[in-house]
Design a binder for this molecule. Structure first.
Ligand code: KG4
Ligand code: ZN
Length: 324
């Protein structure tokens, strides 16, 4: 058995976990800074890194207390993400690995999200097509085998989660926008306003979400008394519709035996239901609590790298725009 301690600090969640054999979660804790950033309507990078510094030692201590058995490998997010935030988790993880004489494996955050789909399920299964949707990413990724990736579609401007956050701010709903819009949309009519399905007709697999945000802004300016529930439901319908259209197109172009859905926006119920109902292939998606950033997904991806022969790299430094 191999136990990996995973540390995630790329954005506004401090996540620490121990995962056994790459998929069994033995301990997992996430501390969110959501409330701290809420008053600014978005993540403030300098505040984020300071919050990570304040909590990281305590959180690692808590996880190691819950998991007193031996740790074999330490893994942490190297990027992409916020420089200061990445720096805290990566440095802490390297120091811990050095002190215990363990290999340190740097992990790509997006690879972590891909591996989150297998947590609690079993060893990762490839090939697959992955739809990664978060506050920073909207990507369709071909995964022909373990640790082999080809990004076949990504956003030209805003990420889909970012558009949920921006539209929520526009409507006076709380941060983060995804859950608030989803809640507000429950009482609204998704067909009330026909928002554009950006790039839906283009033959490629690119996304664009800034036009949708602007369309909501114009609608609010045109009709300031408009029903927030209808606006939320119509926006959510358009945002999710484009994800469905592009994912179906990607599967025609790059057939795969399974789809992986992951990232913060993967918590969206409409998206989960539509993918589940409209695709005739298995859709692997993490449970809601593992959609947001966490240490378990980093441990899972780190385990995969370790088993693939990665011997560790103490010289790894944070890379805010690390490519897959
Ligand atoms: O993966 P994540 O925790 O952090 C990044 O790597 O970006 O994703 C956070 C994003 C935020 O934009 C948030 O609004 C969005 O995920 N989100 C949702 C939902 N829950 C979180 N978007 C739509 N529906 C949700 N239920
Ligand atoms: Zn993420």
């Amino acid at each position: 058995m191999t136990a990996v301690l995973g540390i995630e600090t790329s954005c506004d969640e401090t996540g620490v976990a121990v995962v056994e054999d790459g998929f069994r979660i033995a301990a997992n804790h996430v501390v969110s800074q959501m409330d701290v950033h809420a008053e600014f309507g978005g993540v403030v990078p300098e505040i984020a890194s300071r919050c990570h510094i304040e909590i990281i030692a305590q959180l690692v201590g808590k996880v190691l207390h819950e998991y007193p058995a031996e740790i074999d490998v330490v893994a942490a997010t190297q990027g992409p993400g916020l420089m200061g935030s990445l720096f805290v988790g990566l440095s802490f993880a390297k120091a811990l690995a050095y002190a215990r004489g363990l290999p340190f494996i740097p992990v790509n955050h997006i690879e972590g999200h891909i591996y989150s789909a297998f947590l609690g399920v079993g060893p990762p299964q490839f090939p697959a097509l992955a739809l990664i949707v978060s506050g920073g990413h909207t990507s369709l990724i071909r995964c022909p085998g373990a640790h082999v990736y080809q990004v076949v579609g990504s956003t030209r401007d805003d990420a889909v989660g970012e558009s949920f956050d921006k539209v929520a701010r526009l409507l006076g709903l709380s941060y983060p926008g995804g859950p608030s819009i989803e809640r507000e949309a429950l009482g609204g009519n998704p067909e009330a306003i026909a928002f554009p399905r950006a790039m839906a007709k283009s033959k490629d697999l690119a996304f664009s979400y800034s036009g949708l945000k602007t369309a909501v802004l114009y609608e609010v300016q045109r009709n300031p008394e408009g029903d927030k529930a209808d606006l939320s439901a119509s926006f959510q319908a358009a945002a999710v519709d484009v994800l469905l259209i592009k994912t179906k197109r990607a599967l025609l172009e790059f057939p795969a035996p399974r789809l992986i859905l992951a990232g913060g926006v993967a918590a969206n119920k409409l998206l989960r239901e539509r993918l589940h109902n409209e695709l005739d292939l298995p859709v692997l998606m993490p449970p809601l609590d593992l959609c947001v950033d966490n240490g378990a997904m980093i441990a899972a991806a780190g385990y995969g790298r370790f088993k693939a022969g990665h011997v560790g790299d103490m010289r790894a430094t944070p890379d805010p725009s690390l490519a897959l």
